[in-house]
Write a new protein. Structure first.
Length: 278
């Protein structure tokens, strides 16, 4: 059995909002595995905070932008150790320089981005230079991109959360505005996929398992567990897939309906979301 420390229990409590004793029991049951402990808390019906076990204390800057043609958008995260550095204008400008390079060159992976030339040195070498200059660990924390007829980008205030989103129709200012609004929706609502059919089977299997365990904890008969779990899964898919979510700018309609009202052929082709600590 893992030796569970008070710090580990407190960390799980901060992640989930569950009670200290519940967190300790979950960590003991999971042998110290935080991700499994969160699942255990959920199965026991705990109302946990909307945070995940892979959260970290990393600071940094997250920025996104689209190219002039509007068919490519990228989001870049550069991590540092302290909030003081993250808020420094030079560090923000350094992150912008990497993002601008990504927009100009459209690399297809983080490794490709790290190998690109930035002011006569690779991006990776520039990151090392910053580390020596600042005295903190500096790294490329993330890179994602979207290629689509219409590619939009959104930066949330504070440089800690950014999104990019693609749509299948490019014409007109109205479409561009819709793209911006839906990139904001992704930032606010954190969907797991564009539509129900896009959700990974592993996520579906986990939600069914959790739904069954919740129903079992509530004393529901075994023959009812599958039906109850499927109901919970349908609710999860509605709340966590972009096209089926309630549109945050108009709570009377879902995103899919908002798109169809704008253009009967309009839909979302994909999105990416990066947030510090997520």
């Amino acid at each position: 059995m893992a030796n569970i420390t008070a710090a580990e229990v407190n960390n799980l409590r901060k992640m989930t909002g569950a009670g200290m004793m519940d967190c300790k029991k979950a960590l003991i049951e999971s042998d110290g595995d935080v991700e499994k402990a969160i699942d255990i808390l959920r199965k026991k019906g705990q109302k946990i905070a909307a945070k995940r076990a892979d959260k970290s204390a990393s600071e940094g800057v997250v920025l996104a932008a689209s190219n002039d043609a509007g068919n490519f958008a990228a989001v870049v995260m550069v991590n540092c150790e302290t909030d003081f550095v993250a808020k420094n204008s030079d560090f923000v400008d350094f992150t912008k320089s990497i993002l601008n390079l990504a927009i100009a060159k459209a690399p297809k992976s983080a490794d490709e981005l790290l190998a690109l030339d930035l002011n006569g040195r690779t991006v990776e070498e520039n990151l090392s230079d910053q580390m020596g200059k600042i005295g903190e660990s500096i790294k490329l924390g993330g890179y994602d991109f979207i290629e689509a007829p219409m590619a939009s980008a959104y930066n949330h205030q504070g440089n800690r959360l950014s999104t990019v989103l693609g749509m299948n129709v490019a014409e007109g200012e109205i479409i561009a505005q819709v793209g911006h609004e839906l990139a904001m929706q992704v930032a606010a609502m954190n969907p797991v996929a564009v539509d129900k059919d896009d959700v990974a089977q592993s996520v579906i299997d986990k939600e069914i398992e959790i739904g069954k365990e919740q129903a079992r904890e509530q004393g529901k008969p075994e023959e009812m567990l599958e039906k109850i779990a499927m109901g919970k899964l349908n609710k999860f898919l509605k709340d966590n897939t972009l096209l089926n979510q309630v549109f945050v700018r108009d709570g009377k309609k879902i995103v899919r309906d908002y798109l169809k009202e704008t253009n009967s052929e309009l839909t979302v082709t994909g999105f990416k979301r990066q947030m510090l600590g997520a």
